[in-house]
Design a protein around this ligand. Structure first.
Ligand SMILES: [Zn+2]
Length: 268
């Protein structure tokens, strides 16, 4: 009996050891696996966070480079005198960054210009009034969105008259700058007409207000930007109402020589 008991005890002991070892191994494996899983979860979360942060940083970098580009675009457009903000060229070949917004000053309740030309503009308008003339500002600074609205309205007029979209686009381009290519977005251009005749056509040139402006605007730093017979260099038809600020010295030289801003800067 003792021998049997001992044998049985041995079996129980061996079984116990085996079971214990197996259980221990299983527990150890389970714990290790749990630790690995936990580590994996933490890693995945970290990776997600990193990816989000990376995305945020990349978009920040993009925004910063865009801002940098817009300043650069506005500054580099004048190739002759790159430091002179008043000589920035905007035409068919020289678009302006759509995000460019100058510091603005109101000159009437509805119109603003680049703050740096406000004084000269006001002086020109008050001198015109002093000469007994009724000038009317039709448009001054126009944002990219405003320009888009003007362009679309004009194009729609042509479409309504039966033109195809392509023809309507080309016709519109002759009298309205394509958004992104308008000087009005600089805040350095104004459309001025007679109060009594506000038509935007060649007859505007016959009004006493426009005659006075054409003759005197250079004294205040302005030029008639789109003269007749100059469409080849400006890309825009005759606009006897569109005045552009270029500074007094440049305005005098451009007017005296009867040239355009493109010709003055020596670029197309
Ligand atoms: Zn204009």
């Amino acid at each position: 009996m003792n021998v049997k008991f001992t044998k049985r005890m041995k079996k129980v002991l061996i079984l116990g050891i085996v079971c214990g070892t197996v259980l221990g191994t299983v527990i150890t494996f389970a714990a290790a696996r749990r630790a690995v899983d936990k580590k994996k979860t933490v890693m995945a979360e970290t990776e997600k966070k990193w990816q989000a942060e990376n995305k945020r940083l990349q978009s920040q970098i993009q925004t910063e480079s865009e801002v940098g580009k817009s300043v650069e675009a506005a500054a580099s457009l004048s190739e002759k005198q790159p430091d002179d903000w008043a000589l920035v060229l905007v035409n068919d070949c020289h678009p302006l960054d759509t995000k460019y917004v100058p510091e603005l000053t109101e000159i009437t309740s509805e119109n603003s210009v680049d703050a740096r030309i406000a004084e000269d503009t006001k002086k020109m308008l008050s001198d015109a009034k002093g000469a007994g003339l009724n000038v009317h500002i039709l448009s001054a600074y126009r944002s990219y969105d405003d320009q888009t609205a003007v362009f679309n309205d004009t194009m729609q007029d042509w479409v309504n008259q039966g033109e195809s979209y392509l023809d309507a686009y080309n016709e519109t381009k002759k009298s309205v700058a394509v958004p992104g290519y308008s000087e009005h977005a600089l805040g350095l251009a104004l459309d001025i007409t007679s109060e009594d005749y506000q038509g935007l056509d060649e007859k505007q040139a016959d009004t006493p207000e426009t005659k006075w402006l054409m003759k005197n605007c250079y004294k205040y730093g302005f030029i008639l930007r789109y003269p007749s017979e100059k469409m080849e260099t400006t890309g825009i038809t005759y606009e006897p109402w569109h005045y552009r600020y270029v500074g007094k010295d440049a305005a005098k030289e451009i007017t005296e020589k009867g040239i355009t801003l493109e010709e003055y800067l020596g670029v197309k």
